[in-house]
Design a protein around this ligand. Structure first.
Ligand code: FAD
Length: 300
């Protein structure tokens, strides 16, 4: 309360950054170059996503552990209920605590059979996100963030059902929601109005996806519960073979979106970095974030 960022960057927004665990040594190098470049901007926290399957889980854990060991960043580890017993999930929660992680992004996760198939909880697992949150709180004193869907979750009958699920997550102990990405800010503010009207008062932090690759983004938006407005497609039209102009457009589009959010009172922004630093760094710079001097030299 009382804190308001400004468009001229003299009162910067608070940002958080999302990464995914790398699959190959080359991807690992890209991720760590990005983390080191973004670290001096002192984001409020950095989160690492979690996948189904043992090897991707181990990669999440390894990435989070390395963030604790090698950086001054505050990590948030994502965790889902999918395809695991309570005992297995509880072990992951304990191992996060032991690694010095005190913030979990608690999620149900996608159906084990893939998006579009019905969701069935593991018979001995946590059946839903509110149950998972209750389990986390039994194990330790974690800060808990959850998801929110301004354009409704693809499986959901309506926004109202979604908001009811959000309420259950808050009642279970969630302190913050991070939205699925969206491109039309009016969609976010209409959703926020409904959330507030339902009596939910936790921060609902907009998740922003700087579009690195328009075609790829357009292909997965519907599955994620998001849409691509016609004007956005129009902006990238004709640039399929022109990566350099696409990057400039991507920066302009994302800057326009975040400035509008700031003008309309948003104080916190979560960036889906896709493990790349350049666009996010530039947008953070526009928002007034500057590197700490010593860290900037180390990162250079
Ligand atoms: P919830 O918010 O718990 O539920 C989603 C929807 O399911 C509800 O809105 C409702 O429509 C329906 N539903 C759930 N419970 C009930 C109920 N009791 N009654 C009726 N309907 C119900 N996926 C990963 O695999 N790993 C990640 O790291 C990851 N990180 C994410 C981070 C963010 C910020 C976001 C927005 C999504 C992330 N996802 C991740 C995707 C997410 O796992 C999928 O969207 C998944 O399908 C739903 O998980 P959730 O926690 O959002 O579900």
């Amino acid at each position: 309360p009382g804190f308001r960022p400004s468009r001229d960057g003299t009162r910067p927004v608070r940002v958080s950054l999302e990464f995914f665990p790398p699959k190959t040594p080359a991807m690992e190098e890209t991720l760590w170059a990005s983390i080191k470049r973004l670290e001096p901007l002192r984001p409020a926290f950095v989160s690492v996503t979690y996948g189904a399957g043992g090897s991707t889980r181990e990669r999440t854990h390894a990435t989070v552990r390395r963030i604790v060991e090698e950086t001054a960043l505050r990590p948030a580890a994502h965790l889902t209920c999918v395809s695991a017993t309570r005992a297995e999930v509880d072990d992951v929660i304990r191992s996060y605590a032991e690694a010095g992680v005190h913030h979990i992004v608690a999620l149900r996760g996608d159906p084990a059979g893939g998006i579009g198939t019905p969701y069935a909880p593991h018979p001995e697992g946590y059946a839903s996100t509110p149950e998972l949150i209750a389990g986390i709180r039994q194990i330790g004193d974690f800060e808990i963030s959850v998801s929110a869907y301004p354009e409704k979750h693809p499986e959901s009958a309506s926004i109202d059902v979604d908001i009811d699920v959000l309420r259950q997550k808050v009642e279970a102990g969630a302190a913050r929601a991070i939205t699925q990405f969206f491109f039309d800010n009016d969609v976010y503010f209409r959703y926020l109005d409904k959330v507030r009207a339902a009596g939910i008062d936790i921060p609902v932090v907009p998740g922003i996806l700087p579009v690195q690759n328009f075609r790829q983004t357009a292909a997965f938006t519907a599955r994620a519960g998001a849409s691509v407005p016609a004007w956005l497609a129009q902006r990238f039209d004709g640039l399929d073979d022109d990566a350099e102009t696409r990057r400039l457009i991507a920066a302009a589009v994302a800057a326009e979106q975040v400035f509008d959010l700031v003008d309309r009172g948003v104080t916190d922004i979560h960036f889906y970095t896709m493990n790349r630093a350049d666009l996010v760094y530039a947008i953070c710079h526009l928002l007034g974030l500057r590197p700490l001097a010593g860290q900037a030299q180390a990162a250079a």
